[in-house]
Design a protein around this ligand. Structure first.
Ligand code: SF4
Length: 227
């Protein structure tokens, strides 16, 4: 078991420092060329890999151009275009109805406030935070996806389980300049080393400060289960 820094603020700073050094080019891995494409890609990425989403959105973005196209697309046609993505029927419905709302209430532009974004079908706080950060350069929170959720608990930054509660804890301790980057660093480290099922603690740059480190700790603090 590693020994965490004395305070959670110090722990967060040490984690950011080390992960930044390890993943200097860490950034969003979804592909898009405008705000609407970003919004659609993030809606599609719920419980689906970014790799799969990127594969599907390539032809999708060539077929549909602008919110009117999606709003006017027949449900079955749009669902068919997304059929290798998890929950594609629901997601097609979200995209269609979100675009109807964007056309009707926002002059065809993807909104730039948390309230207006989370008012769109299929858009929760996580999706809205990603769109604000990468589409509008507005950082007002920390995106808590499954990797951020797992790593934050394993590393002793929070004991909360729900993403919105975890975000509340993280914004108290992660330096504001790093709110956006923190997510990408956790995602990169979660994919490369600290995977859900079999983290490679012996090759981890955080091992000496991680209270879940497998060498000594019997417990995975993310799940509360024995390793
Ligand atoms: S890989 Fe192991 S040591 Fe590293 S952060 Fe994950 S649980 Fe901790």
């Amino acid at each position: 078991m590693g020994t965490p820094r004395e305070t959670r603020t110090e722990q967060a700073a040490a984690i950011v420092d080390r992960l930044e050094e390890t993943y200097p080019d860490s950034t969003i891995s979804l592909r898009y060329s405008n705000r609407l494409e970003l919004l659609i890609a993030v809606i599609l990425s719920a419980q689906c890999t970014d790799e799969r989403v990127n594969k599907e959105t390539k032809p999708l973005f060539e077929t549909y151009d602008g919110p009117e196209d999606y709003a006017n697309a027949p449900q079955e046609e749009l669902a068919e275009a997304l059929n290798s993505i998890t929950y594609y029927n629901n997601k097609a419905e979200y995209i269609r109805t979100a675009c109807e709302k964007i056309v009707a209430e926002h002059d065809g532009e993807v909104p730039d406030t948390m309230t207006d974004l989370t008012d769109l079908p299929g858009v929760g706080r996580k999706t809205a935070n990603v769109v604000l950060q990468h589409g509008h350069d507005i950082v007002e929170g920390i995106v808590v996806d499954t990797h951020v959720q797992r790593l934050s608990r394993r590393l002793g930054l929070t004991e909360e389980s729900y993403p919105e509660r975890i975000e509340e804890d993280l914004i108290e301790i992660v330096p504001e300049d790093y709110w956006q980057q923190f997510t990408h660093l956790c995602i990169d480290h979660g994919r490369a080393i600290c995977s859900a099922q079999n983290p490679d603690c012996s090759d981890c740059v955080l091992a000496d400060i991680c209270p879940s480190e497998k060498g000594d700790s019997e417990i995975d603090l993310a799940s509360g289960d024995v390793w």
